[in-house]
Design a protein around this ligand. Sequence first.
Ligand SMILES: [Zn+2]
Length: 365
Amino acid sequence: MVRHQRILFRFFCALLAFCLFAPVRVTAQSQTNYTEAQLPVFELHSGFWINLHHTLYYEARQRKAAASRVATANKSSSATTKSLIAGKGLTDAEQKTWDEAVAYYAANYAEKDLLFTTELIQLKDQLGDFEDCDELSGRKRKFCDAGLPPSLTQVLEATAPVYRARLWPEHDQANRHWILQVAPPVREKGEGVAERLADIYQTRWPHEKIRVDVVAYANWAGAYTTVDPLRVTISSLDPRNQGPSAFEVLFHEGSHGIAGAVQAAIIRECRQRDKPIPRDLWHALVFYTTGEVVRTVLTLPLANGAEKEKGGGNSGDGYKAYAFREGLYQRGWKSYLELLQRFWQPYLDGKATFDDAIARMVSSL
Ligand SMILES: [Zn+2]
């Protein structure tokens, strides 16, 4: 009996150990890419190369910023910034490879903007397209020739084993976690939100699912979108993109692909009235609109079907829209917010036409 209990005890201990350590083991081995292709509207990727690229870019910019802070302060000490890979148990050879790659990015890309530089946009798209290749030169498999500049191919291929061993498991895990948390609302409400936004902008939501590359580090804004092809890049680690905000950020970025008509309408009205074109009004409008649509969708079930105060970005204990929460209107868009609440909100409520709303906003500028 005692022996039987001991065997049972050992069995449960073994089972417990398996349950405790199995997820860790799976995570440690999960170094391949991940694609969530079953959702409507978006196709979400956690891809190795595009993550490595953004990580090197991020660290190169960090180092440059630290160097310029030191230069400004006129200190004699050399610039120091903690490497993302510090404390990860790198060998000297690995550290050297990583530092050389960061130096290469600092020299070639850190000064260029991820969103506005054609070279970086193409690079990012190529690295996304070749996410299933374990090399980029086509040396082993011809179709894996990504067509990158040879020096960059060399840098990325040399750094890949270091990144794969030391950082990628945690980056990939963060990306997958981000995808998992945003998947349920996209599955349930994604199509409805996409249709509503397309109606508002008087256009159609793209027929093809929008590719979203989830990366540990994106740009300074935490997310950015490039067009032709329409692709979204979102940081999984950025605190601004967490919880219910993940859903709004996704649709804000996706809206960049359909907001052209609004931008054009604002420009047209300004020209007719001989007014200077307000920089960023269209972008404030996109923030406001996505925030309002998402807030309504995410708040209604919580509020027992009762619609709360509109245009405030806050609904009691419900969802607070990104631009309100992050203080975007407070930092230079205050007058835009007043225009949006006064003239654009009635359009969202079905009490004004698109053309009237734009005309009134522009005439009040
Ligand atoms: Zn935006």
